[in-house]
Ligand binder design. Structure first.
Ligand SMILES: [Zn+2]
Length: 337
């Protein structure tokens, strides 16, 4: 009996060397550890062994069974490990890595959407320099010499005569110098203000100004155009109102409000509980501005308007901090694609 146990152990050790996959491991288990396997057969034969050596043989057989199980477990574990490492990096079942797609920044998208609406109403797109002279930024737009907007607090002066434009309105002067009416154009672009950066203001932002000059242009034309714009951009069901205001380059001047669509005009934080949102400034071109560009105010009239791009984007998307538009946090940017 002892010899048979030793012989089987030798055979098992030899067979363990041949294990190379799950199939041979299963054959090994059946051959030695199953109920009809070699070890079970020896346990069966143990019944015929003389009484005095039976306990010893039984103990030896138990050890053999434990050893064999350990050999099999180790071999199977080794097989699993080697399979894993041999296919590392080649797992075709892994999901693919998503390619990050680019999209327009919310400021660019807002400029394009506004421009597209005015283009459909017959406006062309014009451009002008960001470094302006005092003449185009202030003087030709009828800002008096002591107007507070000329103050160092608001304007980045580059020299006595040059500055970073504080609005896109100077482009209207350049257009009227260059072309005879009729002129119908919008001019989107960057503007600069010497302000403390906060949730509400930034040193650089964007505006789109517009100008329409022709014979017989009236305030009714202004209202019709801007109401059409507001309904196309914010929704056709909104209410609107024009409030008297003041700009040096328009007379009369107005600000346009729309009913707050965020709260249904009931009053919320964004509309400061008034139910109204201010969306733009506008007015009829002041005859004094015409006098700078040799347009006869007896023959021609016109209207002008200005829209803040960031304010528009913030109202449209419910943002409460202008800095979100410039810090390029991709977690923010990706929400507006
Ligand atoms: Zn509201």
């Amino acid at each position: 009996m002892k010899e048979r146990i030793d012989a089987l152990l030798a055979e098992i050790r030899n067979a363990a060397e041949q294990l190379k996959d799950e199939d041979t491991a299963e054959q090994f288990r059946i051959a030695y550890l199953s109920r009809k396997g070699g070890i079970a057969q020896l346990f069966e034969d143990l019944k015929g062994v003389p009484k005095e050596v039976k306990p010893e043989m039984g103990k030896a057989l138990n050890i053999l069974r434990q050893q064999t199980q350990a050999i099999l477990d180790t071999a199977v574990e080794n097989l699993r490990q080697s399979q894993k490492s041999s296919v590392a990096g080649l797992d075709v079942t892994l999901p693919g890595r998503a390619v990050s797609r680019g999209h327009k920044h919310i400021v660019s998208a807002t400029i394009e959407e506004i421009s597209d609406i005015f283009r459909r109403m017959g406006f062309s797109i014009a451009d002008g320099p960001e470094i302006e002279t005092d003449y185009y930024n202030f003087e030709a737009l009828n800002f008096a010499a002591d107007h507070p907007a000329r103050d160092m607090q608001d304007t980045f002066f580059l020299s006595d005569s040059h500055l970073l434009r504080t609005h896109t309105t100077p482009v209207q002067v350049r257009l009227m110098e260059q072309y005879k009416p009729p002129i119908r154009a919008i001019f989107p672009g960057k503007v600069y203000r010497n302000e403390v950066i906060s949730a509400r203001s930034h040193v650089q932002f964007h505006q789109v100004d517009g100008l329409f000059v022709d014979k017989g242009v009236t305030f009714a034309d202004l209202k019709g155009t801007l109401i059409t714009f507001a309904k196309m951009y914010y929704g056709s069901s909104l209410k609107y109102r024009f409030r008297p205001s003041y700009f040096p380059f328009t007379e009369p001047s107005a600000e346009m409000d729309i009913s707050c669509y965020l709260c249904g005009a009931k009053g919320c934080r964004v509309c400061k509980y008034t139910g109204w949102l201010e969306i733009l400034g506008c007015g009829m071109v002041d005859p004094n501005v015409f006098s700078f560009v040799d347009v006869d105010p007896e023959e021609y009239s016109g209207y002008a308007f200005g829209i803040g791009i960031e304010r528009t984007a913030m109202l449209r998307h419910g943002l409460d901090d202008i800095r979100l538009l410039f810090e390029n946090d991709m977690r923010v940017n990706h929400q507006f694609n």
